[in-house]
Design a protein around this ligand. Structure first.
Ligand code: R5P
Length: 311
């Protein structure tokens, strides 16, 4: 039986390549919002009993997308799906991983519960694991993470000029150090102070030895973009003239691309986990082997619940 792969929202640059390569049949659904904002959802694809189904979800605007995602999964199961797996290249709600202040919701836990109650497995790319060490600390379903480091490392290895990899904050150290090791370039890590969603300060160590290098700022997520913006300003202040920016997940919630350019960022590169013009790194080859394994059979049992996230 050929598995079905649905996308929500209904297009994603990874949908066609994954369908072709898995192979899977593109799931068809009708989806719209009523005038009051409620969702209407109808599955148009024929469902065989025990149908294996995957949903490719862009979770970059999670609050408006999670409810439809739940409706989709519930409906697929009501219509006979044997199991439903979630491919969420960007996994949202990973950064509120503790109660930083009394009374705060630890949304990472609530979101993981919501997904684990419905879906049978989860496949994602570089989830923001900081205080949690593995997805299995959060998700009770089999959950796998693949890492984009090899993709970014290949991109960096092809460069001829001297590069300096720059992680803007302590949380980025795991990505930037892995990348430095894989690509053979030096790296530094800054210190970030966040006073609000868009109020960020980044301090960098002494960079006088690297003034002739091209600085590549590296982070897992660009959300509002303020971290990268302040980091670019700090690099310029330190006398670096060529600055680029690379991230695994580019959310660009504040459409800050122009400001980054004005701050001296000459190039912006992201993976296609979240569709954006900066998508220069294709995740298809990384997602394919685990997706093929998961699509091909029974979902892995919880003891195989590996994140592969250790670095
Ligand atoms: C947090 O530690 C993440 O790695 C990113 O640095 C952060 O999410 C970026 O947020 P923003 O783009 O809003 O500054």
């Amino acid at each position: 039986m050929t598995p079905l792969l649905f996308a929500l929202p209904d297009s994603h640059s990874l949908l066609a390549p994954l369908c072709r390569a898995l192979p899977a049949k593109e799931g068809r659904l009708e989806y719209h919002h009523f005038p009051d904002g409620e969702s209407y959802l109808r599955i148009l694809s024929a469902m065989e009993p025990g149908q294996r189904v995957m949903v490719l979800a862009d979770l970059s605007r999670p609050d408006e997308r999670t409810l439809p995602l739940c409706f989709l999964c519930d409906t697929l199961k009501e219509l006979g799906a044997g199991w439903v797996g979630l491919i969420a290249p960007y996994l949202c709600y990973m950064r509120q991983d503790t109660r930083f202040h009394p009374g705060e919701a630890v949304t990472s836990r609530s979101f993981a519960r919501l997904i684990s109650q419905r879906f049978d497995w989860l496949l994602t790319v570089d989830p923001h694991l900081h205080r949690y060490h593995a997805l299995s600390d959060l998700y009770s379903i089999p959950a796998m993470a693949v890492h984009a480091t090899p993709l970014l490392a290949d991109w960096l290895k092809a460069r001829r000029e001297p590069l300096l990899l720059v992680g803007p904050d302590a949380e980025s150290e795991q990505w930037v150090s892995a990348l430095a090791q894989a690509s053979g370039h030096p790296f530094v890590v800054g210190r970030k102070q966040r006073r609000g969603d868009r109020d960020v300060q980044v301090q960098l160590p002494d960079l006088s030895a690297y003034r002739r290098h091209t600085a590549i700022m590296v982070d897992d997520v660009i959300s509002s973009g303020r971290t990268m913006l302040r980091c670019a300003e700090a690099l310029t202040e330190a006398g670096l003239k060529r600055i680029e920016c690379a991230a695994i997940h580019g959310l660009f919630a504040d459409r800050i691309e122009d400001q980054l350019q004005q701050a001296g960022v000459r190039r912006l590169v992201t993976t296609n986990s979240v569709p954006h013009p900066s998508n220069g790194l294709d995740l298809t080859p990384l997602l394919l082997p685990p997706a093929r394994r998961l699509a091909g059979g029974e979902p892995p049992s919880p003891p195989d619940n590996q994140t592969g996230a250790g670095r």
